[in-house]
Design a protein around this ligand. Sequence first.
Ligand SMILES: Cc1ncc(COP(=O)(O)O)c(C=O)c1O
Length: 273
Amino acid sequence: MKYFNNVLDSIGNTPLIKINKLCSETKAKVLAKVETTNPGNSVKDRMALKMIEDAEEQGLIKPGGTIVEGTSGNTGMGLALACIVKGYKLICVLNDKQSKEKMDILRAVGAEVVVCPTAVEPDDPRSYYSVSKRLAEETPNSWYVNQYDNLSNRKAHYESTGPEIWEQTEGKITHFVVGVGTGGTISGVGKFLKEKNPNIKIWGIDTYGSVFKKYHETGIFDENEIYPYITEGIGEDILPANVDFKIIDAFEKVQIKMLQFIQENLPEKKVFL
Ligand SMILES: Cc1ncc(COP(=O)(O)O)c(C=O)c1O
């Protein structure tokens, strides 16, 4: 019989699917690595499991302990699956811009969900960074994952996502394009691919309202670049340790700007930002 021993063993080995219609204007072959086929429905399953396994190895989590993390929802889902299998409790701290569905599904898989305001500075005590840290300090036998600075995150992609892409493309990949949030995916995959072939270009997708593109191009952390935006999961108002700017060749910014979104979609409502 062919089966996985538990849900965690089914993470990874996701398919590459050719994008035909969306990319019909380019001669390039554009392939999407469809990470939604992971059991938690996103690429984050890979790093969530790796961060927990490394923490277990280092003795940072004890049996029956509580895992605390600030997440846009997808890391939370990966952590939740691992917590179910391994018997840990989970507290997920989310921004109020994340969809209600993400909050509901995290609760459905057993996590406690704490919601924080998006539109505050990272070092504000109400921010989701500060609240996650505080909850970890206050909760006995707990461990704060910190996907931004926890380097097991990018290691997961160096060990699994990168090699899969290299093998699936038979080493013919020329450009890797990916959204950048914590930077784990781009840095781990990018490092692996550049070690195989330094000519492969690594392009990051950033959002308006995020600091990455300007920092990469100028070395300046420009607070004027920061404002609230709708896009979930990518772009940051901090520089996570997982972003390895050296291996990234270029950043491109994508919409959606929150103000523009509101003006286009809710023109009849008065909105104060
Ligand atoms: C679905 C999804 N894709 C991509 C990203 C960004 O990936 P990374 O954090 O590895 O830079 C995120 C981050 O939260 C995400 O939730």
